[in-house]
Design a protein around this ligand. Structure first.
Ligand code: ATP
Ligand code: MG
Length: 558
C-alpha cells in the first residue's frame, strides 16, 4: 500500500469499513456502454475502480451497460474487453451485461406500478418536454398520471408485447413534477424501441432508460461503491429513489471529475465522427486517444496506469496537460525500451580510408538505464548511413554534428571527419566522404581529443529498410474547438501535420525479426514501436513519443 494521502473516495471506503456499513466489502464496477471504443478517460475510471478493489481486497466487475440497441455493437464489446484486460483491470470471471437483467428489471417495474409509483403515459416526446418545465418553471402533471394500477399494468404488459408503436407510450416514475431537480419530474423508465439488440435479439421491444437501469444493475451485482463522473451528481436522488422504492440492496453513488486532456477530444460521439469521415484511419489510428490506438502506438499499459494514478481523483473539473501522459510513457520506456540504431532520413557516408570489403562488429549498450540489458554487436563498414539532419554544408559554430572538416563520434564505433561532400544536379547533398581514425575504436579518444557530437548510424549493406510513421498531436490547439463556431468546432483545430510517413528509413539488422508491439528507443530520436502493419511485409514503426518534451519548442519554430 502506498503512503500517498487518501483520495476522497478512499476516505469514504475507509470510513465505511470502520463503521461496518458493508461488512468490510468493497465491490466496484466499470460500466461502459458498448457504443464506441474506450478512450484515455475511461482508463482513469478502470484504474480507479479496479485499483480500489485491489487495494481493499474487494471485487471489480466489468459490466456492459447495453440498454440502448440503437448504437451498440458486438465490435465495441470485443474491443472493450480487450482494452480493459490490457490495462490490467482484473474482473476475473465477472463479465456482466445489463441486458441479462432485463427480466428482473421488468419485474421490478411491475412492482413499482403495483405500488402506485409508476404509470404508463401517452404524451409524445414534444409534449413531455413541454410538461416537464425547466429550471425556472415547475412542470405540470401528465393527464395520464392518475391511471389505475390495473390499467397501468395492462398497458405496460401490452407495451412489452409490441402492441404500440415507438413513441406512443412510455412508463414513467410518479415522483414530483414540481421538484427543483428536473431529473425527479416523473422520469421515463421504459420506452418502446423496435430495434434488434446485439445480445437479446428481438426478445424485447421496450428498453429501460439509463437512470432506471443503472441502479438496478448495481444492486443486482451487489456493488458497494458505484463510482461515476460528476454529470451524474444530479441523478443521484433518482438513483436513490428507485432503489429505496424497491427496497433492494442499495449501493452508494459517488461522483468524481472526468479526465480531460489538452490537445484532445474525448467523447465517443466526436471520435466516431473522426473515424466515419476518414479524418483518422479508424479507431486505432495511433493519433486517436483510444486505448486501442495508444496500444498500437506503443504506450505501455503501465505508463497509462501511472498517469491515471498521478492525476488522481477529485471533485473539481480540470484539464490535464497531455505532456504528463507523454512523460509517463517516457518514464516507463526509458527504463524498459532497448536502444537501437535507426536512421529516419538517410544520408550516405563513405569512409575513404576503410579497408575495402571489411566488416567489423562493434559493441553497443542495450540500455544504459538497465545494466542487465547487456550489449549487442552491430556491423560497421566503409559505407554507412547517417541522419540527413546531422550534416550541414555551412554549419554555425554551435552545430556539434558534421560539416566540412568537422569530426564527430559514431556511437560505439569510431571518430570520423568529413573531408568532402557530393551534390546531385539539383544541389542536394547526396553523399559525404569521411575518414576514420583507427585509434578511436569503440568511440574512445586516444589522446584526450574531444568531439562534441555523437551520431547514430547504420551500415548500408546490413541495414534493414523500414517505414516510420511520425505522429504528432491530432489537434494543434490546446483546447480544440475553443473560440470557433459551428457544430463540430474542434475540426477547425486539426493539426495538418499530425502524420509524416518516412518510407526510406534504415534500421540496424537486429531489428529484422521485431514483432508488432515491440518497443525500442532509436538513439537520439525517440521511442518507436513496431506497428501491426509489419505483419504484411516490410517493417513499420510508429513513433510513440519523442525523447524529450519538445512540443513547445517545435511550435515556436513554426
Ligand atoms: P463519452 O462521453 O466520452 O462518450 P461516456 O461517459 O458516455 O463517455 P460510458 O461508456 O458511458 O462512456 O462510460 C463508462 C464509464 O467511464 C462511466 O462510469 C463514465 O463515468 C466513465 N468515464 C467516461 N469518460 C470519462 C472520463 N473522461 N474520465 C473518467 N471517467 C470517464
Ligand atoms: Mg455515454
Amino acid at each position: 500500500m502506498s503512503d500517498a494521502p487518501l483520495n476522497f473516495i478512499e476516505e469514504i471506503i475507509e470510513a465505511d469499513n470502520a463503521s461496518g456499513k458493508w461488512k468490510g466489502r468493497v465491490h466496484t464496477r466499470f460500466p461502459p456502454e458498448p457504443n464506441g471504443y474506450l478512450h484515455i478517460g475511461h482508463a482513469k475510471s478502470i484504474v480507479l475502480n479496479s485499483g480500489l478493489a485491489r487495494r481493499y481486497g474487494g471485487k471489480f466487475n466489468l459490466r456492459f451497460d447495453d440498454t440502448n440497441p440503437e448504437k451498440e455493437e458486438q465490435e465495441y464489446v470485443d474491443s472493450i474487453i480487450r482494452d480493459v484486460k490490457w490495462l490490467g483491470g482484473d474482473f476475473e470471471d465477472r463479465l456482466f451485461y445489463a441486458s441479462d437483467y432485463f427480466g428482473q428489471m421488468y419485474d421490478w417495474a411491475e412492482q413499482l406500478i403495483q405500488k402506485g409509483v409508476a404509470y404508463v403515459c401517452d404524451l409524445n416526446q414534444d409534449q413531455m418536454k413541454e410538461y416537464r418545465g425547466d429550471w425556472n418553471t415547475p412542470g405540470k402533471n401528465s393527464p395520464y398520471r392518475d391511471r389505475s394500477v390495473e390499467e397501468n399494468l395492462d398497458l405496460f404488459r401490452r407495451m412489452r408485447k409490441g402492441e404500440f408503436e415507438p413513441g406512443a407510450k412510455t412508463l414513467r416514475a410518479k415522483i414530483d413534477m414540481t421538484s427543483g431537480n428536473i431529473n425527479l419530474r416523473d422520469p421515463v423508465m421504459y420506452r418502446i424501441l423496435k430495434e434488434s439488440h446485439h445480445r437479446t435479439g428481438d426478445t424485447w421491444c421496450i428498453y429501460p432508460s439509463y437512470d432506471w437501469a443503472h441502479g438496478n444493475e448495481d444492486s443486482i451485482e451487489g456493488i458497494t461503491h458505484s463510482i461515476c463522473t460528476l454529470e451524474f451528481e444530479n441523478h443521484r436522488p433518482l438513483y436513490d429513489w428507485f432503489l429505496d422504492q424497491l427496497g433492494v440492496h442499495h449501493p452508494q453513488q459517488i461522483e468524481f471529475a472526468k479526465l480531460q486532456l489538452t490537445y484532445t477530444v474525448l467523447s465517443k460521439r466526436n471520435m466516431l465522427y473522426l473515424v466515419q469521415n476518414g479524418i483518422t484511419r479508424g479507431w486505432d489510428d495511433p493519433r486517436m486517444p483510444t486505448l486501442s490506438a495508444m496500444r498500437r502506438r506503443g504506450f505501455p499499459p503501465e505508463a497509462i496506469r501511472a498517469f491515471a494514478e498521478d492525476v488522481g481523483v477529485t471533485k473539481v473539473e480540470s484539464v490535464i496537460d497531455i505532456g504528463r501522459l507523454e512523460n509517463a510513457a517516457r518514464d516507463h520506456l526509458n527504463k524498459h525500451a532497448p536502444r537501437r540504431l535507426g536512421v529516419l532520413k538517410p544520408l550516405k557516408v563513405t569512409i575513404t580510408n576503410w579497408p575495402a570489403g571489411q566488416v567489423e562488429e562493434v559493441e553497443v549498450q542495450n540500455n544504459p538505464e538497465d545494466e542487465a540489458a547487456g550489449t549487442r554487436k552491430v556491423p560497421f563498414s566503409g559505407e554507412l548511413f547517417i541522419e540527413r539532419d546531422d550534416f550541414m554544408e555551412d554549419p554555425p559554430k554551435k552545430f556539434f554534428r558534421l560539416g566540412p572538416g568537422r569530426e564527430v563520434r559514431l556511437r560505439g564505433a569510431y571518430f570520423v571527419a568529413c573531408t568532402e561532400f557530393v551534390k546531385d544536379a539539383s544541389g542536394t547533398v547526396v553523399e559525404l566522404k569521411c575518414t576514420y581514425d583507427p585509434a578511436t575504436k569503440g568511440g574512445n579518444s586516444p589522446d584526450g581529443r574531444k568531439v562534441k557530437g555523437t551520431l547514430h548510424w547504420v551500415s548500408a549493406a546490413h541495414a534493414v529498410d523500414a517505414e516510420v510513421r511520425v505522429f504528432d498531436r491530432l489537434f494543434a490547439a490546446e483546447f480544440p474547438g475553443k473560440g470557433h463556431e459551428g457544430e463540430r468546432p474542434f475540426l477547425k483545430d486539426l493539426n495538418p501535420n499530425s502524420l509524416e510517413i518516412l518510407k526510406g528509413a534504415k534500421v540496424e539488422p537486429s531489428l529484422a525479426g521485431a514483432a508488432a508491439g515491440d518497443r525500442f528507443q532509436f538513439e537520439r530520436l525517440g521511442y518507436f514501436t513496431v506497428d501491426l502493419d509489419s505483419k504484411s511485409g516490410g517493417l513499420v514503426f510508429n513513433r510513440t513519443v519523442t525523447l524529450k518534451d519538445t512540443w513547445a519548442k517545435e511550435q515556436a519554430k513554426g
